[in-house]
Design a protein around this ligand. Structure first.
Ligand SMILES: *[C@@H]1O[C@H](CO)[C@@H](O)[C@H](O)[C@H]1NC(C)=O
Ligand SMILES: *[C@@H]1O[C@H](CO)[C@@H](O)[C@H](O)[C@H]1NC(C)=O
Ligand SMILES: *[C@@H]1O[C@H](CO)[C@@H](O)[C@H](O)[C@H]1NC(C)=O
Ligand SMILES: *[C@@H]1O[C@H](CO)[C@@H](O)[C@H](O)[C@H]1NC(C)=O
Length: 817
């Protein structure tokens, strides 16, 4: 099983409160209960990405686009065939050719910046000069030949038509009020359907007038907006919009103040709202206003826990081929308004059928005198949210106008969260349905963390499994975007710094069948014929996404548990593991490649136990000890993941014959990368590839990684034996150890002197029987040396033929022929 420590197994059945039905008069009581809920709510299983690729890691080749005169590349639009990427940047629209494998090439650039006069006016209005350029916020295909673009244009939004081939403006820019925000930091959403632009944004300079509107209406249809007399929106933050062709409806996702909850001043709720494409407004009532607007609450909440009430992003997953449109799913990231849950994110999915049934149900009613919302009891004379009310009577339209908040709440699929992360704040997501080798479909989420990683998670019966994380930027970004190209199998990330392309999978990173299966990546399967982990497009590949059962999936490859001590001999010749020559009383450090953060490393010696007195297990999986006659011999590092054991390294620690003439063993200068070695230790020819990849990936703590280590540290590599440093360090250690020894000796003598009873002969004897003096001394030296070892790690050094670079990576061959 994966390591998923349950932080708190408490159930919360005692607190039978369903938040949406609270009617509190006493705020402090509410806060108390919330705090209590918050305190009890972290019943979370920790989700650890199995593998981590920091920026620059060779296991995940990223393609960057950046240019000195291009910044804030935060609006992305993918061309129809996936070969072009249109980018809205600061004062520019770019056309990037993304059809090349290794590079993203700038094809065309449209400069579109405010004039000096515009900028002057902007700064005179008291705006920061850095916020006055034209930040492109709307970029959508209008038709096959043109793109429609809007920008903030010095706090005076403009829109224009751009030829998608030449990237030239075809008409003079027009006013963009209600289509694009004034403030570049103001969230907004826009979508073009059949040449008509639907937007959710603010329509004034101060950002106080939110609207959902239609522009560029075709033919003799009128442009529509919200009726603003009744407060259809309450200080919303627009997140996204989605067009569902089957319904002929546009859905908007946003958060706003939930006025229906009267217990708190600003209780945020997440919403889905809808309008019909066919809407043309009313004839007298609701003229030029939506007649089909309705909104409902989306509630991302697990049983009896605080809701994750603030929507951050939403992506639409169309139904599987052949399934009904009602099976369309919306996956959203939600965070919490309350500090007890800050930094946490939850993922919830909502089904279109559930949204539809809430919209076709009852609506809430606002009592204008008390300003209290309640469920409508009077007769329902129309169905709000229904399309096709153009010729309806004033009476009906009046009813529709007043009834726009659905009474029921849209709850997530399965009434539970798809995933919760206690450690990561996710800001963006994109979702893909992946057909695995078994022909089963899996839902894979790509989640962008605030700290700049993409988490790839597969949703399974037992919960989410994070297959990997890939770092895409370092500096935290205020505005960023994510675009998935399923046809090309890549994700584009737009930030202030440029555009990054990330492949959705790299199966060849997994170089053995067990690694390929343990990854549980629906994109990847083991192909026994080519003996490689490949794209799992055909059913010939072995895979077990649900359980990651290696024994079953890899049975054709005889890599079994029982063979793990059959180390030494094959067809007459014996393999003794990597030879490590040491002199007595030296500190030996043996590295074990950690290929997964979900694995546990265990060191073993044939026929002997590793006493914790003599051996130090370091956090990165390596083993450290002092060479004594008893500690010479064979060592194996066995990695256990998901109940499957694999031998990751074998060493033979031997005493040096002559300490001067011996050179560091098995270290091949300048390589240290991807060495392919055939080691016949398991009876069959098993190919094991040395991890020339950046092993710090799996040992890093809390996302703090130094990049650029994957090539090894050339300075360290070039250094060769450094006896001077060694000498100095050894001298210092000697002094330290001697003083420690003296202290201990003095202490012991003092203790002895204080004893009034008969000499403790028996005790001493037993002690020395158990661990001979040599060993005790060794132990002391050991601890001392290990401390020195830690302090020296920062510079990199050669220790017993094992070269350790500044990150403590092993650069030697773990298997020796
Ligand atoms: C996939 O991983 C392999 C092995 O680490 C590496 O050589 C290769 O460059 C990677 N490919 C991509 C596209 O990241
Ligand atoms: C696309 O829209 C533009 C701007 O309205 C127009 O000039 C152009 O002719 C249209 N192209 C097609 C193929 O309809
Ligand atoms: C609705 O009114 C329009 C004119 O406003 C008219 O053309 C249309 O036929 C009417 N439809 C129905 C169903 O009455
Ligand atoms: C534009 O990018 C800069 C950093 O390059 C950042 O400080 C600024 O906030 C960004 N502006 C917007 C509107 O995204």
């Amino acid at each position: 099983m994966n390591i998923r420590p349950s932080v708190c197994p408490l159930t919360l059945n005692i607190i039978k409160v369903r938040l949406p039905h609270w009617r509190m008069e006493n705020h402090s009581l509410l806060y108390l209960i919330m705090a209590l809920l918050g305190f009890l709510s972290p019943c979370l299983t920790r989700l650890i990405p199995r593998v981590s690729f920091p920026l620059g890691s060779p296991g995940r080749h990223l393609t960057h686009f950046s240019s000195h005169d291009v910044s804030n590349t935060t609006t992305l639009l993918l061309g129809k065939d996936g070969d072009m990427l249109y980018v809205g940047a600061r004062d520019a629209v770019l056309e990037l050719d993304v059809g090349h494998k290794d590079a993203i090439v700038l094809r065309n650039k449209l400069d579109w910046s405010p004039s000096e006069k515009d900028l002057e006016q902007c700064s005179m209005k008291g705006k920061k000069m850095a916020d006055c350029p034209n930040f492109i916020r709307v970029l959508q295909f209008l038709n096959t030949t043109h793109i429609y673009a809007c920008g903030t244009f010095a706090f005076s939004p403009r829109c224009t038509y751009i030829n998608s081939e030449t990237l030239l403006m075809s008409v003079k820019p027009e006013e963009g009020r209600g289509r694009c925000p004034y403030d570049p930091y103001q969230p907004s959403t826009a979508i073009i359907v059949d040449g008509e632009l639907y937007t959710g944004t603010v329509a004034d300079y101060r950002g106080n007038w939110p609207v959902i509107s239609r522009h560029l209406s075709e033919g003799n249809r009128v442009d529509l907006k919200l009726d603003d007399t009744l407060g259809w929106l309450e200080d919303p933050t627009f997140i996204s919009s989605s067009f569902i062709p089957h319904e002929e409806k546009i859905y908007f996702f946003f958060s706003e103040v939930g006025r229906e909850y009267d217990f708190i001043d600003k209780f945020i709720v997440s919403r889905v709202s809808q309008v019909c494409m066919s809407d043309v407004g009313g004839q007298r009532t609701l003229q030029r206003r939506w007649t089909t607007f309705a909104k409902a609450q989306l509630l991302c909440q697990a049983n009896n826990e605080l809701p994750y009430n603030v929507i951050q992003d939403m992506d639409t997953l169309p139904p599987a081929e052949g399934a009904s449109a009602d099976e369309t799913l919306f996956y959203g990231i939600f965070s919490s308004q309350w500090s007890v849950n800050s930094g946490r994110s939850a993922i919830c999915s909502f089904r279109l059928t559930d949204i539809k049934s809430v919209f076709s149900g009852n609506y809430k009613f606002l009592n204008r005198d008390t300003l209290q919302w309640s469920t409508r009891v009077q007769e329902k004379i129309a169905n709000p949210g229904k399309c096709g009310l153009h010729n309806a009577s004033d009476n009906v339209l009046h009813f529709v106008k007043e009834n726009f908040l659905a009474d029921e709440i849209v709850r997530p699929v399965g009434r539970s969260l798809s995933m919760v992360s206690a450690e990561h704040s996710y800001s963006h997501l994109t979702v893909q349905r992946v057909q695995a080798a078994s022909n089963r479909n899996y839902t894979v989420l790509f989640l962008l963390t605030e700290s700049g990683y993409i988490h790839k998670a597969v949703l399974l019966q037992g919960g989410a499994h994070i297959i990997e994380e890939v770092q895409v930027f370092k500096q935290p970004q205020i505005i960023k975007s994510l675009k998935l190209s399923t046809s090309k199998g890549v994700i584009y990330v737009g930030t202030s710094e440029g555009v990054v392309r990330v492949p959705t999978a790299n199966c060849s990173f997994y170089w053995t069948c067990p690694q390929c299966v343990l990854a549980r990546d629906p994109f990847c399967g083991w192909d026994p014929a080519s003996r490689a982990c490949v794209k799992a497009s055909d059913s010939q590949t072995s895979q077990d996404v649900d359980r990651g059962n290696v024994e079953e999936a890899c049975n054709s490859v005889s890599l079994t548990k029982k063979a793990r001590f059959a180390v030494i001999c094959i067809s007459g010749s014996c393999f003794a593991g990597e030879l490590v020559s040491v002199s007595l009383n030296e500190v030996v450090r043996l590295q074990c490649p950690v290929v997964s953060r979900l694995s546990q490393q265990l060191w073993q010696r044939p026929n002997s136990r590793l006493s914790p007195d003599l051996y130090l297990h370091l956090e990165d999986g390596s083993l450290s000890f002092v060479a004594t006659p008893t500690t010479l011999g064979h060592y194996l590092c066995v990695s256990t993941e998901n109940d499957y054991q694999q031998t990751m390294a074998i060493y033979h620690v031997k005493q040096k014959s002559s300490p001067i003439s011996e050179t560091p063993t098995s270290y091949i200068p300048g390589t240290g990368l991807l060495q392919q070695t055939s080691v016949g230790i398991w009876g069959t020819q098993v190919t094991i590839r040395q991890l020339g990849r950046n092993l710090s990936l799996w040992t890093k703590e809390s996302g703090e990684i130094k990049s650029g280590t994957q090539e090894g540290n050339p300075q360290v590599l070039a250094r060769g034996p450094c006896y001077l440093t060694e000498l100095m360090v050894v001298s210092v250690m000697l002094v330290l150890c001697l003083s420690l020894l003296t202290t201990i000796l003095l202490y012991v003598i003092r203790q002895q002197c204080h004893r009034q009873t008969a000499p403790q002969l028996g005790t001493t004897t037993r002690n020395s029987n158990r661990s001979p003096l040599v060993e005790q001394e060794a132990l002391r030296t050991d601890k001392c040396n290990i401390q020195a070892l830690h302090s020296r790690q920062a510079s990199g050094f050669v220790c017993n033929g094992v070269l350790i670079d500044s990150n403590g990576h092993l650069e030697t061959h773990p298997y020796l022929k």
